[in-house]
Design a protein around this ligand. Structure first.
Ligand code: CP
Length: 314
């Protein structure tokens, strides 16, 4: 495996989940596998979980992890081919990624969308430039369109809590937010849940339809109460408009999940990728209850990253 940027296949998904669970049982199982190798973790945007869990994962494999907060500590990058660099950008992606490719064995990149230039965002332009010019394996730490390490951790967490269910009912529900939030987590969660064969329902107010490229095969239900009925797993996430690109269409607080919403889903476990805005996106009563899997998802980020790095190391 040379790239980890999206869901590839059920077979690979299962393999990565099994490997991650083996690492969770014994984090130092392959403690020498990455000896003498380096991973560069390049952040163009903020992070808590992704940054720390990826470093721990690399260290568990005996690999050195070097983090560069490119947004704050690096030179301002120019992404456009043929640009005359007489404005604020200092270094071209061709040069920066080429250099990073000589320093590291694996590059891991976080590059959020602009939410203003839809075409570039949908094409995952920034991470694709790193892939093109670094010439080494690349792991997505969240791109404009997807957050595959989060989704792998989410699928590991679902697997751990299946309680014998073969095809769980999984519901992705939009939650309110005051800011325009990217689509990556929602897209990726949908892509991976469908890919892993779950029964996926997506619910949101009208206008928040996601890119169909990620949701084909899911049930789209605009009535949140109907969608939540008999759910085994409820994933709460905000996202901004896709058709009305990057726009906040509604902040309807009735969509924030509370215990009342789950009256007809008594067994439902609740998930969120974090960070979460408490009592805006998701209520304290859910987050602090035994339904919540959010801490387990965050813990599984380590083993998701460890499985992916290990697979790339070969
Ligand atoms: N879930 C997630 O990616 O968290 P961070 O943004 O803190 O890395």
């Amino acid at each position: 495996m040379k790239l980890f940027t999206q869901f590839e296949s059920l077979e690979l998904g299962k393999e990565l989940i099994d490997l991650a669970l083996a690492y969770k049982a014994n984090p130092l199982l392959d403690a020498a596998k990455g000896q003498g190798k380096r991973i560069g973790c390049i952040f163009l945007n903020p992070s808590l979980r992704t940054r720390v869990s990826t470093q721990i994962a690399a260290q568990n494999l005996g690999m050195e992890a070097i983090v560069l907060n490119m947004d704050k500590e690096g030179w301002a990058l120019e992404m456009k081919e043929g640009a005359i660099m007489n404005k604020s950008t200092v270094e071209h992606i061709k040069d920066a990624a080429g250099v990073l490719g000589t320093y590291f064995d694996i590059l891991a990149i976080r590059a959020f969308p602009s939410l203003t230039h839809k075409e570039e965002d949908v094409a995952d332009f920034t991470i694709q430039q790193f892939i093109k010019y670094s010439g080494i394996p690349v792991i997505s730490l969240e791109s404009a369109t997807r957050h595959p390490l989060q989704s792998l951790a989410d699928q590991i967490t679902i697997q751990e809590h299946l309680a014998g269910k073969k095809k769980p009912k999984v519901v992705l529900t939009w939650g309110p937010h005051i800011k325009a939030i990217p689509h990556a987590v929602a897209n990726s969660f949908s892509e991976w849940s469908l890919g892993m064969g779950h029964d996926l329902t997506i619910t949101h107010p009208a206008g928040y339809e996601l890119d169909e490229a990620f949701t084909k095969g899911a049930t789209i239900e605009y009535d949140q109460a109907k969608a939540l009925k008999d759910a085994d797993f409820v994933y709460v996430k905000n996202w901004s408009g896709f058709n009305d690109y990057g726009k906040i269409i509604s902040t309807d607080s009735r969509w924030m999940l509370t215990e009342n919403h789950l009256a007809k889903a008594p067994e439902a476990k609740v998930m969120h990728c974090l960070p979460v805005r408490r009592n805006l996106e998701l209520s304290d009563e859910i987050l602090d209850s035994s339904r919540s899997l959010v801490q387990k998802q965050a813990e599984n980020r380590i083993y998701a990253a460890q499985a992916v790095i290990s697979k790339i190391l070969g």
